[in-house]
Design a protein around this ligand. Structure first.
Ligand SMILES: [Fe+2]
Length: 433
């Protein structure tokens, strides 16, 4: 009997040791009572709401976010409104190679905010709080603004993607949001990789609203176990549960942005795409997803995004499609199709494929020629072996698109001008190279 009790005690000890084994992990991978991985997302109208998520260890069972209009003096915090967080445990299973550690993710939705107002918020509990972090709500009018777009980060994120996101924010510190067009990490559930992605962005993830898009590397059997706990994203009830918090849309100062999931249940999203594009009176419409309609490296083999979504993008005359997956750079345009599907002279949709991380593929010229022959795609600029980020400015009837390299030089730039009838023309802007 004593031997059995001893064995049980030994097993419990071994389990406890394994449950908290952090050997081999870098200090910033390991959750503590201090909040980390603070990430801001859209959740409702960007003029009046935001959501924030953060991580702690499992000792923090009740956490809060506080928010107040920011002021030049430090007394703004006296006027802060406190929100209790929704807390959920996340046990890092063996796929994460994190030794079954349990962490807690906390989330709060800030609502009833004032449009076009600078707010300061912090997250935490007890004596352990984040810094006060500032962000501005959107205007409720179609005012000019700019946003960032990143292709795949995916590999060596701490080492080599960090310089790209930092250069992007030095180039456009006033960006209103940042689209991450899939493959944020390489191994879906690997917590050490999410630790890299969160650390690489650091406070930028907390103050510039992020728009995460799923890529194939966010799936291994199922969606990365961290995705839903760490990103508080809108749930589209009309879509299957599997797509929740991976397919969503928002409107920012007259621009509609639709995020699709090119990995799961693609056909089910087609009706959603068409319905969303039919809503509202937006001057510009942007759609983002991971797998490119026109793959500049892989070429014209079968593509579900082309088969299922391009007809809707054509029909609804979407202005800009932002994609990843092909680890190279290409920017091209298709002609606007007539009602009977025939290509005309007018500008249709601009498609961009880009990469922000260090993994690189080549350009398939024959493939691009085939796209031109079959779909009228005119590829204006390509690039390879370069880490990029993009800044997109919207000002009334003019959308300016700029692709920068990791070293901050302007690689590709173009403007789309749109008249009141919706007719568009493309205007080249001189670039550095
Ligand atoms: Fe990919």
């Amino acid at each position: 009997m004593r031997a059995i009790i001893g064995l049980i005690a030994l097993t419990c000890l071994a389990y406890t040791a394994a449950a908290h084994d952090t050997s081999g992990a870098r200090h910033w991978e390991i959750a503590s009572p201090d909040p980390d991985r603070v990430f801001l997302t859209f959740h409702g109208d960007p003029a009046t709401s935001r959501a924030v998520t953060w991580r702690t260890d499992e000792s923090v069972e009740q956490a809060y976010a506080e928010i107040a209009p920011a002021s030049p003096g430090s007394g703004f915090s006296d006027r802060a409104k406190r929100h209790e967080a929704k807390t959920q445990p996340l046990t890092l299973e063996k796929d994460s190679k994190a030794n079954n550690r349990t962490t807690h993710y906390h989330s709060v939705v800030f609502d009833e905010l004032e449009p076009d107002t600078l707010y300061a918020y912090r997250v935490g509990s007890g004596g352990r709080w984040s810094a006060w972090i500032q962000f501005r709500t959107a205007s409720d009018k179609a005012e000019p603004f700019r946003f960032l777009y990143f292709g795949d980060a995916q590999n060596d994120v701490h080492s080599k993607w960090s310089r790209v996101i930092r250069m992007a924010h030095r180039t456009a510190p006033d960006a209103s949001f940042a689209i991450h067009a899939g493959d944020l990490v390489n191994a879906a559930h690997a917590d050490r990789e999410w630790a890299e992605w969160m650390t690489a962005g650091g406070h930028l993830h907390a103050e510039t609203t992020g728009v995460p898009v799923t890529g194939n590397h966010e799936y291994k059997g199922k969606l990365a176990m961290q995705w839903r706990p760490q990103f508080a994203l809108p749930v589209e009830d009309s879509l299957p549960e599997q797509l929740h918090e991976t397919v969503y849309s928002f409107a920012y100062q007259g621009v509609q942005v639709i995020v699709l999931n090119s990995i799961a249940k693609i056909e089910e999203q087609t009706a959603y795409l068409e319905q969303k594009l039919g809503e509202g009176d937006y001057r510009w419409r942007v759609v983002t997803f991971h797998h490119p309609v026109f793959a500049p490296s892989r070429g014209p083999k079968q593509s579900k995004t082309r088969d299922h979504w391009k007809p809707i993008l054509d029909k609804m005359d979407v202005d800009l499609v932002l994609q990843g997956h092909d680890h190279t750079y290409a920017r091209g345009q298709t002609p606007k199709l007539s009602v009977d599907g025939e290509p005309g002279e007018a500008l249709g949709t601009m498609y961009v494929t880009s990469v922000s991380g260090p993994k690189m593929y080549g350009i398939n010229r024959e493939g691009l020629d085939a796209f031109e022959e079959q779909f009228g795609l005119v590829t204006t600029k390509t690039g390879k072996n370069t880490q990029f980020f993009q800044v997109i400015d919207v000002n009334d009837g003019r959308l300016e698109y700029r692709a920068y390299t990791a070293t901050g030089s302007l690689y590709d730039a173009v403007a789309i001008e749109k008249d009141q009838q919706g007719n568009k023309k493309l205007i080249e802007i001189p670039a550095d190279e």
